[in-house]
Design a binder for this molecule. Structure first.
Ligand code: ATP
Ligand code: ZN
Length: 293
């Protein structure tokens, strides 16, 4: 590939400088074969040596704005931040990491029955727009108190009656005596783009997206190899869906074959159990690096 350094012929990608999105964003780039130069020494900007992209490291809250006003062409940020900032950016792809949900929680002793129970309450949050929209859609009249951090302590110190915040495991809520009562949105990291990219930049974005999709798809699958007696092959072929059908090759040992296929990570244990029961032996399961179908 010809490496262009001209600004118009490369895209600028905004990533979170340091936080929950940073490592996984860099891993995704890396697995997509994009190598950043001066990646860690100059933590403001980095340029790729083998793909027409430069990276800007920003606070996640600034990413939608920077993409909307053209400082960056694309960015990786939580869907929650995209929705909260309401900037004109396009969500191009869900990236499957930094998953969390945004929920309303109330003190354990609060007699919550339905959304109506929120009428008249003071709800503390760092996401006033997402909460405001949700309350309006459900015709709930509550006061929104915007605070920037440690939202979960607000009820305990009498600042609010309820909270609306990010939940990933729920342990922070429990340790603050709160219970989750309504899930308002599910979030994950997303790739956002400016809605008016030049033709050249759109082409680069397509090629970036093609690589990201190949990496993400590969993460959901495993390559499986096993040995089986020939009389078990029909049954094994039924268990292993494969991309088309499994590859079957004879072993040097008469009456035995080697079977290769691709399985989904989520079905993994069930498939292995069934394969063993069908007579498979010497099962090997290998991660797939890239998958293009
Ligand atoms: P910055 O310094 O860049 O402003 P931040 O403190 O606002 O960072 P992080 O805590 O790094 O942000 O979270 C970034 C994103 O990770 C969140 O906006 C959300 O999309 C996602 N996320 C996933 N799980 C969690 C969690 N348990 N707590 C907070 N954010 C989470
Ligand atoms: Zn932030």
């Amino acid at each position: 590939m010809i490496i262009e350094t001209d600004e118009g012929k490369m895209i600028t990608l905004a990533l979170q400088k340091s936080g929950r999105l940073s490592d996984r964003s860099l891993t995704l780039l890396n697995e997509a074969g994009i190598h950043l130069e001066n990646g860690s020494s100059n933590r403001l900007k980095a340029t790729a040596s083998n793909f027409p992209v430069q990276v800007l490291y920003l606070r996640d809250d600034d990413i939608p704005e920077c993409v909307a006003d053209g400082v960056a062409d694309v960015g990786i940020v939580g869907l929650n931040v995209v929705e909260e900032k309401e900037r004109p950016v396009t969500v191009v792809e869900r990236l499957g990491f930094a998953r969390c949900r945004l929920s309303i929680a109330v003190p354990r002793e609060f007699a919550y029955t339905s959304l109506q129970s929120l009428n008249g309450l003071r709800i503390a949050t760092s996401y006033p727009r997402i909460l405001g929209k949700f309350l309006q859609e459900h015709q709930i009249k509550a006061q929104i108190h915007e605070i920037s951090g440690s939202v979960e302590v607000a009820p305990g110190i009498g600042m609010a009656d309820a909270i609306f915040d990010i939940v990933s495991t729920g342990s922070t809520l429990i340790s603050n005596g709160l219970v989750e009562v309504e899930t308002v949105m599910h979030s994950e990291a997303v790739l956002v783009a400016s809605p008016d990219l030049s033709a050249e930049k759109s082409r680069i974005l397509e090629s970036l997206l093609f690589r990201f999709r190949a990496v993400m798809k590969a993460r959901r699958y495993r390559y499986i190899l096993l040995n089986a007696p020939n009389e078990a092959l029909d049954e094994i072929a039924r268990i292993l869906p494969g991309m088309k059908s499994p590859t079957v090759m004879p072993l040097a040992l008469p009456g035995w074959s080697s079977v290769h296929s691709v399985i989904q990570e989520e079905d993994f244990w069930e498939i292995i159990e069934n394969l063993k029961a069908a007579g498979a032996q010497g099962i090997l399961v290998i991660p797939i690096e890239k998958m293009i179908v």
